[in-house]
Design a protein around this ligand. Structure first.
Ligand SMILES: Cc1ncc(COP(=O)(O)O)c(C=O)c1O
Length: 471
């Protein structure tokens, strides 16, 4: 055995994952590594150690080095050696003392709410595992070799083609694959558009919206200007010198109504007249219950609207896939913002989604979930009609959440009471733009998608129990 080679190289034991390093030669290093493995619990009491010969071969050390190390550890009481049963870890080895542990505090276990009526997450138990797996398998089998190289920042053409057809059919979006850029969701789209300088502020936003998105824009240095809301949606006649406006036209988030048709044309007229652009957040446009889906504003003028969608509501926010449908003049800028290679959206997931959409699995899943959510919504309305008829339910024609209007001045105490009862939900104040001058509304934003089927009834019961009494 060439000792100089053994000493200079750091060898890893294949089975025991021993790392022989440190001063003092191979024998001392092996003794130290075995002791550490036993002490740390990686080698449990009773574990049989490999024969000298095989461990020596694995580690690139002399057989005698292993024999000596075992003998030493037997003498120290760490190991036992019995004829016929080989060398084993001793049963009475002291457990790791607290002070010897790596001083790392276990992160506190997040204890979920007892009743999850928070908005935002679809029913996780309904993720279409079987159909998604079938799409993933087919995608993997059929992917050309070049798909396993660096990805095109525009996204896989298979997915862009599938989306072109789907979005035209389901959302009235007019586009072509070259105008679509795949991203990892709406938040990513905002980062690409505003964080990388494709669009600049000031940006008009709805007076009630997702604080997370406002924060993201703020971080990008974009000033947001709140547009008040009324029964017809955002008051777009208030638009002035802003360069862009961010809207949720299919289902205002979170208050719930669609943007009125006259406002839809008015905002497009504003964009044309001012050279502005509309960013259309179509976060849950597929889930419309009472009438035909409200088509995308993008269909009115594809050169004035950036339409953004994602699978976060329709499938799961864990998938992290979304799409931006762009006017021609922004395509190069967004691609440049993404970089030379796809760094965000897994190509295999993109190919799976392409298969999932083009084979109709996406339509089937959305249809199934629409029925499920509609029945959840109906149960919510029925529970309120029975137990709290004075509480008006609004924003229920679409989406995965409803807004319960509360008597003025009761929102805070109701949210507190809900938290006290282990109910996760938000008050409307949570979503209010800090600079808006529109009168505050008291209300609860109640998500009805998240609880599993068997837990939903109890969640509704708990909710009814914390609502303020009739005034
Ligand atoms: C208003 C709104 N827009 C967009 C999204 C989607 O965000 P993302 O695609 O980043 O998950 C959500 C949440 O799902 C949302 O509440």
């Amino acid at each position: 055995m060439d000792e100089s080679w053994v000493n200079s190289a750091e060898r890893i034991g294949a089975d025991l994952h021993l790392e022989l390093s440190g001063p003092g030669g191979r024998r001392a290093a092996l003794i130290g590594a075995l002791r550490e493995a036993v002490r740390g619990g990686r080698l449990a009491p009773g574990t049989r150690l490999p024969p000298y010969r095989s461990l020596a071969a694995d580690l690139g050390v002399a057989r005698n080095t292993v024999a000596d190390a075992y003998a030493e550890l037997v003498a120290e009481g760490w190991l036992t050696a019995r004829q016929g049963s080989g060398t084993r870890v001793a049963g009475r080895v002291e457990p790791l003392r607290h002070a010897e542990r790596v001083p790392r505090k276990a992160p506190p276990r997040a204890r979920g709410p007892r009743h999850d009526l928070g908005q935002g997450t679809p029913d996780a138990s309904s993720f279409p595992r079987t159909a998604w797996l079938a799409s993933y398998r087919r995608a993997l089998q059929q992917a050309p070799n070049e798909a396993f190289g660096p990805g095109d920042p525009a996204g896989r053409v298979e997915l862009r083609e599938a989306l072109t057809e789907y979005l035209a059919r389901a959302r009235g979006v007019r586009t072509e694959p070259d105008r679509i850029v795949i991203c990892s969701g709406f938040a990513h789209a905002l980062r690409l558009l505003f964080g990388e300088g494709v669009l600049r502020g000031p940006l008009a936003v709805e007076a009630y919206g997702l604080g997370f998105h406002r924060g993201l824009l703020e971080t990008a240095g974009v000033r947001t200007v709140p547009l008040p809301l009324d029964e017809q949606g955002a008051r777009v006649e208030r638009l002035g010198r802003e360069r862009a406006v961010l809207l949720t036209p299919a289902h205002q988030f979170p208050t719930g109504g669609p943007l009125d048709p006259t406002r839809r044309t008015a905002v497009v007229d504003w964009a044309r007249a001012r050279g502005g652009v509309i960013v259309e957040d179509d976060y849950d446009g597929e889930f419309r219950y009472d009438r035909k889906p409200v088509g995308a504003v993008q269909g009115l003028d594809p050169e004035r609207v950036i339409f953004v969608g994602s699978v976060s509501k329709s499938l799961s926010p864990a998938v992290r896939l979304g799409w931006m449908v762009l006017p021609e003049r922004y395509v190069d800028g967004v691609l440049a913002a993404k970089g030379e290679r796809e760094a965000w959206a897994s190509v295999l997931d993109q190919l799976s989604l392409a298969d999932f959409v083009s084979r109709g699995s996406y339509d089937r899943h959305v249809r199934r979930m629409r029925q499920r959510y509609r029945s959840r919504r109906d149960r919510l309305a029925a529970a309120l009609a029975e137990h709290a008829p004075h509480v008006e339910v609004t924003g229920v024609a679409a989406g995965l959440h409803a807004v319960l209007r509360l008597p003025p001045g009761t929102e805070r105490s109701t949210v507190k009471a809900a938290a006290w009862q282990g109910i996760a939900l938000d008050g409307l104040a949570e979503f209010r733009h800090p600079n808006t001058d529109m009168p505050a509304r008291d209300g609860l934003v109640v998500g009805y998608a998240t609880p599993s089927e068997h837990a939903y009834g109890a969640a509704l019961g708990a909710l009814c129990g914390v609502l303020p009494p009739a005034g």
